[in-house]
Design a protein around this ligand. Structure first.
Ligand SMILES: C[S@@+](CC[C@H](N)C(=O)[O-])C[C@H]1O[C@@H](n2cnc3c(N)ncnc32)[C@H](O)[C@@H]1O
Length: 314
């Protein structure tokens, strides 16, 4: 059977998160439950793990994988962007640690849910089909040309965003774009030949990333979820976040900096409006990245970056 997901930076994450016996820990992105199983082993029979995932498949898989820890694991299908509400509904007011392993799981990439540009499958990209939001097909076929160009630029940092948006609109005027293969083909041909295969990534990577972020409103969730976790950490407890691209990593880094008291307001403002307050110490000055050995064993984790911050006494 295919592995559901191989956790990235497993030892580094557990070392930094430092789960202690009897602790109450959050895994905000339970996925294949690899990190969660390691946390549960460390917190022991008197600890508690709260595991969240948007994807019902992940919750079902985690429930099975963690069955011997059933008394200690509370699994919730939900969006960590609503973390404050989820914790309140469980009556949890303090945490001894929190982990956010962002992005998608290998299962999601492999499950023909329209995330992959290397196979031809229906365009979807929703992490949870239960959420009543537009999927990738809706976005590709209904957004205006400039709206598409802006989102491919903003969430994909794709320099050929305008050409790609133009090519999408031209192609869909003939018939709707239905599959990942069609979209990948449009993107490849919209990028000038000399630039197409120059980078070490597939030419459609950035566009697919952008559409996926838009479909799942991924960045908004990170912007809300990490602060909500910091607010309820006990003194000395840590929050770890693993990101897979620069947009996510920037949000994690800036959130930690803001909570470490670094004001990010423009210098001309008379007073701070960014919400900076000194509530954490940044543990990882530079992000932790996978070793060459880990990348060879798990190439999908090659771009991962792990950052950690620790709650201070205020
Ligand atoms: C990289 S995987 C996590 C892997 C996990 N750490 C493991 O050990 O297997 C990311 C998971 O986060 C979930 N996810 C992404 N954004 C989410 C959000 N806003 N709320 C809840 N779950 C989310 C995805 O559905 C996916 O299952």
């Amino acid at each position: 059977m295919r592995e559901y997901h191989r956790p990235v930076l497993p030892d580094e994450t557990i070392t930094l998160l430092d789960p202690r016996e009897s602790g109450v820990f959050l895994d905000a992105t339970i996925g294949g439950a690899g990190h969660a199983a390691a946390i549960l082993k460390r917190i022991g029979p008197t600890g508690r793990l709260i595991g969240i995932d948007r994807d019902p498949d992940a919750i079902e898989h985690a429930r099975h994988r963690l069955r011997k820890f059933a008394d200690n694991a509370t699994l919730i299908q939900g969006n960590f962007g609503e973390l404050a509400e989820i914790l309140a509904s469980l009556g949890v007011s303090r945490l001894d640690g929190a982990l956010f392993d962002l992005g998608v799981s290998s299962h999601q990439l492999d499950a023909q849910r329209g995330f992959s540009f290397t196979r031809d499958e229906p365009l979807d990209m929703r992490m949870s089909a239960d959420e009543d939001t537009p999927n990738a097909r809706d976005i590709i076929n209904t957004y205006g040309e400039s709206e598409l160009a802006d989102l491919i630029w903003k969430y994909g940092e794709e320099r050929y965003s305008r050409r790609i948006a133009g090519a999408i609109v031209k192609r869909r005027s003939k018939s709707p774009i239905e599959t990942t293969g069609e979209l990948a083909d449009i993107v490849i041909h919209a990028i000038p030949g000399k630039s197409r295969w120059r980078q070490d990534i597939h030419p459609a990577t950035r566009t697919f990333q952008a559409i996926r972020i838009e479909v799942n409103r991924e960045l908004e969730a990170v912007e809300k979820g990490i602060p909500a976790a910091i607010e309820v950490l006990n003194v000395g407890a840590r929050v770890c976040a693993i990101s897979f691209h620069s947009l996510e990593d920037r949000i994690v880094k800036q959130t930690f900096r803001r909570y470490a008291g670094h004001c990010e307001c423009p210098p001309k403002l008379p007073e701070c409006v960014c919400g900076a307050k000194k509530m954490v110490r940044i543990v990882t000055r530079k992000p932790v990245t996978p070793s060459a050995e880990e990348i060879t064993e798990n190439p999908r984790g090659r771009s991962s970056k792990l950052r950690c911050a620790e709650r201070l006494d205020n």
